[in-house]
Design a protein around this ligand. Structure first.
Ligand SMILES: [Zn+2]
Length: 156
């Protein structure tokens, strides 16, 4: 944990969101506090964000994103001499493949991991992990019954 510099910031903003950056910088918007409702709710969100940082999800995501940019350049180069129609087909197939095939499942996997580790952190800190589902229900209710909005670190 020596490379981590934990920082916690509360920003006056109506967004119901929180996120973390690689290395331990965590940001809460005041808008999420109403949904958090109590200390257990805040700890559910905080545990989730700290878990993202501990698991270096931001850093991994950055690496994947850079790798994808690199591959895109390779794909563009590799198809340079192809007929325009074929080239478009290849790039479209590649583009869909790289987005749906790599980014989305990767992100969901990270969210699941962050939820899991977040609950353990809550328990270690002597908060009640059994309150976590109630927080997710409140999040769901405020977003009009859709899946709970994700506590996302900004995409790179
Ligand atoms: Zn998350």
């Amino acid at each position: 944990m020596e490379d981590y510099r934990w920082e916690y910031h509360l920003v006056q903003d109506s967004q119901k969101n929180a996120w973390c950056m690689p290395g331990g910088k965590i940001l809460f918007y005041t808008g999420i506090l109403d949904v958090a409702a109590n200390a257990d709710g805040i700890t559910t969100i905080m545990g989730h964000e700290v878990a993202h940082a501990l698991l270096d999800h931001g850093g991994q995501r950055m690496t994947i994103s850079l790798a994808q940019q690199g591959l895109n350049i390779v794909a563009l180069k590799a198809t340079e001499n192809q007929l325009e129609k074929k080239r478009k087909a290849i790039l479209t197939a590649y583009g869909l493949g790289s987005t749906i095939g790599a980014v989305l499942p990767f992100s969901r996997k990270h969210e699941k991991e962050a939820d899991h580790i977040g609950l353990e952190l809550m328990a270690i800190a002597r908060y009640n992990p059994e309150e976590a589902p109630k927080l997710w229900e409140r999040m769901k209710a405020t977003s009009g019954g859709k899946a709970p909005p994700d506590f996302e670190y900004p995409s790179v």
